[in-house]
Design a binder for this molecule. Structure first.
Ligand code: C2E
Ligand code: CA
Ligand code: CA
Length: 708
């Protein structure tokens, strides 16, 4: 009797514990899924709101919609599926998978999955879908203004990486997705997410932390058998139940706090930070003010690459500690991933904020001692104020982000506060980015070729490929109008790859000469760069020994580690490396020994002043002399006059490039130059010019650059 009552009590206590743990775990899973879904929604909305994408969708221009929406959603954000569904018929009118536009037939095949998903998605605006591509988290994008008849669904693949990340953040194991009809294994819990394939709902399931009932069933027979030791065992059970309840409570607390905190630093994660910010904004009274700071560590990638991830992680934790201390009770600090930190500070009056903002910024700028070494880290900081700049968390974040962008553009360690004109600029930049992405895709770029000539003979040794953009509205654009935009987005690597390929293809029709291609320094960070270059050479059949890659001087000296290795690998297959714009950065010839450079291009600004400023001549002469002694070829850029050329000859520069010889010209003209050079009568003297410009041409049969 007593035994029965005791066991009954135990079962009830432990089952209660289990239910609570399970409920917490479920909440945490939903919270994470919702956070993920919100990120998908934000990205998709941002793309759809840009330009008139929604309007074009309504008028059925799906190729346009694809360029602006489906393709970038996959390429830039990594969400590989996007659908627009007609609300009345439930049929997809537009679908994109892996960045490819689906045709009618393929869309018809996707229709049943979508219909089932829609039925099951319900209030949460998200659910799991499954088809032959696997499982995905389907998210309904908030109603499209101006297109009430259309529903937008974006899908993020629930793959191994997705599940791993959730497991880590939830501190659970064995997370997987299965049909709900399948019996769940012992000790597992799950959340049912949506209807699909017939009536079987999908379940996201994991091994639960609760263990009470299981333990009891294991031990129950023993209790019965040892009824003589009844009291002792009961007591032992009571103690154990208490302990297990405590352990469970702890793990619960950990699981739910981890769902809202950044794993590494313990700062708020995105979801928690935004919700705290929203709460604080909602609670603001008359004179209250709030500052939202976006901070991005300078050169963190380089620190990580050169000193390793352990040091990188330590650095992030130290910055997090400082940030948290500097913000104090007045707000909250968070990390949005990588080296992106955020913080908000509230104060009873706007005037009180400035000093606090300066303290937070200062905390990040002080040197950090990691692993026995002192690292000088800086951060770019963008800040926006409420209510002055925005009243909602979303708008405020957008504006702080815009300010951060400005700060980064101004260089390392910069601080920028939001100003309304920045928003206009940002919109303009996004527009240029989008148009440029299309231009690369649709071959609206053109290459011109500017000859590099031998200083002595004035014969053409090679050409530099210079890119132009034939813009449908604005006509032909020079690189200065779009290269900086490309460099600040991921477009630059696509642009430079396009140029490389186009130049190598064209280069085969320019026999015997070298071809120089500009490569933005940002590309050096890409560990696959050398493979990419080699692949293009292979595909186009262009001889590596005829290719020269021009990199700006400043790039080389930030190119420690991986960047340097890339250059060495390229040089080892015979590609030449030229240092562009020499003299404008902080490279000195002493450093050049340690980098794999075969040529230096002396910047135009020095050549311009030859014969005008005494210093210019001295510098050019010095560079040329030292370069020669190191066995490096010297090219002078921007040679416009005979007088400049005379100086260069006297100093012993080997190559020159500039309007004196020819501006950049189309490929046909470049080819004609070479043809004319080949048939020209050999001539002597100082008046030898490029064939098309003057009477005579030189015929000294010098090898292309690199042999002197
Ligand atoms: P850069 O590599 O220094 O290229 C030389 C620039 O000087 C070219 O301008 C050329 O037209 C101009 N130039 C040549 N001779 C003379 C001269 O005698 N006098 C004067 N005043 N200018 C001369 P462009 O084509 O506007 O290119 C500007 C810059 O854009 C280039 O400077 C290069 O840094 C960048 N760029 C051009 N094409 C590409 C590309 O395909 N990829 C990348 N990443 N950057 C490129
Ligand atoms: Ca160049
Ligand atoms: Ca240059």
């Amino acid at each position: 009797m007593v035994l029965g009552a005791l066991i009954g009590l135990l079962v009830i206590t432990m089952a209660g514990n289990d239910r609570r743990v399970v409920a917490r775990e479920r909440d945490a899973v939903f919270a994470l899924l919702e956070e993920r879904a919100a990120a998908v929604q934000r990205s998709a909305s941002a793309l759809l709101e840009e330009g008139d994408t929604i309007g074009r969708a309504v008028s059925g221009e799906f190729a346009f919609v694809h360029e602006r929406f489906g393709r970038p959603l996959d390429a830039h954000f990594g969400y590989e599926r996007a659908y627009l569904v007609d609300r009345s018929s439930g049929k997809p009118v537009y679908a994109s998978i892996d960045g490819a536009l689906l045709n009618e037939e393929e869309m018809a095949a996707a229709a049943p999955t979508l219909r089932r998903a829609l039925r099951g998605i319900g209030e949460r605006s998200m659910g799991l879908i499954v088809d032959d591509r696997g499982v995905g988290l389907a998210v309904i994008v908030p109603p499209l203004a101006g297109a009430p008849g259309l529903l937008c669904i974006a899908v993020d693949a629930v793959d191994d990486a997705f599940l791993k990340e959730m497991e880590q953040r939830l501190q659970v194991s064995g997370l997987h997705v299965m049909p709900a009809r399948e019996p769940s294994r012992g000790g597992e819990d799950g959340v049912v997410l949506t209807n699909l394939a017939g009536d079987a709902p999908l379940v996201m399931s994991w091994r639960t932390q609760s263990a009470g009932i299981g333990t009891l069933t294991d031990v129950a027979p023993v209790i019965a058998a040892l009824s003589s030791a009844l009291l002792g065992i009961c007591l032992a059970f009571l103690v154990r139940a208490h302990r297990s309840a405590r352990a469970l409570a702890e793990s619960e607390a950990r699981a739910s706090s981890l769902a809202y905190r950044d794993n590494l630093t313990g700062l708020s994660n995105r979801g928690r930070f935004i919700s705290l910010l929203e709460q604080r904004l909602a609670a603001m009274k008359n004179q209250d003010a709030l500052a939202l700071l976006f901070l991005d560590l300078d050169d963190f990638k380089d620190i990580n690459d050169t000193l390793g991830h352990v040091v990188g992680d330590e650095l992030l934790c130290e910055i997090a500690r400082r940030l948290e201390a500097a913000v104090g009770e007045a707000g909250n600090a968070g990390r949005f991933g990588g080296d992106e930190f955020v913080a908000f500070i509230a104060a009873p009056a706007a005037a009180a904020l400035d000093a606090h903002v300066a303290r937070v910024t200062g905390a990040v700028h002080a040197p950090v001692l990691v692993d026995g070494r002192e690292l000088m880290v800086g951060a770019s900081v963008g800040v926006a104020y409420a209510p002055r700049h925005a009243a909602t968390a979303r708008d405020l974040m957008r504006r702080a982000d815009i300010a951060l962008y400005r700060a980064k553009a101004e260089g390392r360690g910069s601080f920028a506060a939001f100003e309304p004109p920045m928003e206009v600029e940002t919109l303009h930049r996004r527009k240029v980015e989008q148009e440029l992405a299309e231009a690369i895709l649709h071959d609206q770029l053109t290459l011109l070729y500017q000859p590099l000539v031998d200083v002595e003979s004035e014969r053409i040794l090679g050409f530099e490929a210079l890119v132009r953009w034939d813009h449908p509205e604005h006509g032909r654009l020079l690189p200065e109008a779009f290269i900086p935009v490309a460099e600040r987005s991921r477009l630059i690597s696509r642009l430079d790859s396009w140029v490389l390929r186009a130049a190598c293809e064209a280069g085969r029709t320019l026999p015997d000469v070298t071809l120089s291609v500009n490569m933005s320094a940002i590309n050096l960070r890409d560990p696959d760069l050398s493979e990419r270059v080699l692949a293009v050479l292979e595909e186009t059949g262009f001889d590596p020994a005829r290719l020269e890659i021009e990199i700006t001087e400043s790039a080389l000296f930030t190119a420690e580690g991986p960047g340097r290795e890339t250059l060495v690998r390229l040089r080892d297959v015979g590609i030449r490396i030229a240092l562009d714009d020499f003299g404008t950065g902080h490279a000195s010839l002493v450093h050049i020994r340690s980098v794999p450079v075969t040529k230096i291009k002396i910047d135009r600004s020095f050549i311009l002043n030859l014969g005008i400023e005494r210093d210019a001549a001295a510098i050019v002469e010095y560079v040329i002399r030292l370069g020669r002694s190191l066995g490096i070829i010297l090219t002078a850029e921007g040679v416009e006059t005979r007088e400049q050329l005379r100086f260069l000859r006297a100093f012993g520069a080997q190559q020159a490039q500039g309007y004196l010889f020819s501006p950049p010209v189309p490929i046909e003209t470049a080819r004609r130059f070479l043809d004319e050079q080949r048939v020209a009568v050999p001539a002597q003297g100082a008046n030898r010019r490029l064939p098309e410009r003057t009477d005579t041409a030189s015929a000294s049969d010098k090898e292309p650059a690199g042999t002197s």
